[in-house]
Design a protein around this ligand. Structure first.
Ligand SMILES: Cc1ncc(COP(=O)(O)O)c(C=O)c1O
Length: 374
């Protein structure tokens, strides 16, 4: 059997990693400024994370959601406290798409309606309703196109009002800072309009924090920069620092019933241990604060490079916009400078998504390497 060939791959074979350093099979070190699509939040192989997972594996790695699992309860409590979201309940799953799929389903259950409002350039995952709410026709198969989704531009209050007033919308779903799309974000004023309209018309507001959550933007959640209260929040990626874990935070006003949602793998013992370790390290090492500080330093270094047209994003969810497409620059950064960076749907944006414990020295290295390739 061979692999189903869907990924264009770089010629790099990592065999070990520590902090932001990834080492390949030839012994070459690479600095990871991409975290495998924003997944590595506390650094590769963080000792506390490794020990927590090893200890858990020695005890019990998995059982399904038919028994008591105090780790889930402990995780929900700690997550609620640390994120200042104690008025939500947690449903655990295993990926970002699964989190959004369940969030969209909950919105539809709760309102009895089916149409979704999403935004231009959104990315919410590759499953049924999540991919339909993703603004990319190329990854939507005919079976996905049965979903009712309307895409709107950010900050167009008139269009949003017009659509919501039609009365058939179950949810508005948005990323606080768009990841795959290229780091665009709605204004605080537009966020507050969305919140008001959703409340008025009984529409569920879903904050997709799969990429922007867990401290990446310099606050625990990206929407917290705008002072709003979503009905549902979805999480994954940085939540597990590489272990596949996701979650849906559902406001306590929305009631659960047995069988409403479910999953085999979600919330297993290892997943809980991974996510607890991430929360513990974020707290103990002050990594959300660090993300905020590093953004300032990043912006000051970027300002000195004339080829950079704009710095987009927040915290350590950042993008550098150029007036040329960045695919070739990314290749040169990997092969000549041994640096991982990311691309976006916006081909002019180089995405930077490092672990939240990077230092000024790491950023100095990054910008020197970047200058050498410009
Ligand atoms: C904002 C956002 N939502 C959802 C997803 C889907 O997550 P996953 O790939 O874990 O299914 C992604 C992945 O890039 C994402 O960036």
């Amino acid at each position: 059997m061979e692999l189903f060939d869907v990924y264009p791959l770089y010629e790099v074979t990592p065999v070990s990693a520590k902090g932001i350093v990834v080492t390949d099979d030839k012994g070459q070190d690479y600095l990871d400024f991409y975290g495998g699509h924003a997944v590595i939040s506390i650094g590769h192989s963080h000792p506390h994370y490794v020990n927590r997972l090893k200890d858990q594996l020695d005890k019990i790695g998995f059982y399904s959601n038919s028994i008591q699992n105090p780790l889930q309860v402990e995780l929900a409590r700690k997550l609620g406290e640390q994120s200042d979201c104690e008025q939500y309940n947690l449903f655990m799953c295993s990926s970002g798409a699964e989190a959004n799929e369940n969030a969209l389903k909950m919105a539809s259950f709760e309102t009895g309606k089916a149409r979704v409002i999403a935004f231009n350039n959104s990315f919410h995952g590759r499953t049924s309703a999540a991919v339909a709410a993703t603004d990319n026709p190329k990854i939507n198969a005919p079976i996905n196109q049965q979903q009712k989704v309307t895409f709107l531009p950010f900050n167009d209050t008139e269009a949003l009002t017009r659509e919501i007033e039609k009365g058939d919308v179950c949810t508005v779903i948005l990323e606080a800072v768009q990841g795959v799309g290229g780091l665009d974000e709605p204004s605080t004023e537009f966020y507050s309009t969305i919140e008001t309209l959703c409340k008025k018309h009984k529409v569920i507001l879903i904050a997709d924090e799969v990429q922007s959550g867990f401290g990446r933007t310099g606050k625990f959640f990206g929407f917290q920069h705008h002072g709003i209260t979503p009905d549902i929040i979805t999480i994954a990626k940085g939540m597990g620092n590489g272990f596949p874990v996701g979650g849906v935070l559902i406001h306590e006003d929305i009631k659960a019933s047995y069988g409403l949602l479910g999953t085999t793998f979600g919330g297993n013992h290892l997943a809980c241990a991974a996510s607890m370790a991430v929360l513990e390290v974020l707290e103990k090492e002050g990594l959300i604060e660090n993300a905020k500080h590093m953004e300032g330093y990043f912006r000051s270094l970027a300002a000195a490079i004339p080829q950079i047209k704009r710095v987009k994003g927040r915290g350590l969810m950042l993008g550098l916009e150029f007036d040329f497409e960045v695919a070739d620059l990314r290749k040169r950064l990997i092969h000549n400078q041994h640096l991982f960076t990311g691309g976006a749907k916006n081909k002019y944006v180089l995405r930077i998504l490092p672990a939240l414990n990077i230092t000024k020295k790491d950023l100095d290295v990054f910008f020197e390497a970047l200058k050498a390739e410009l």
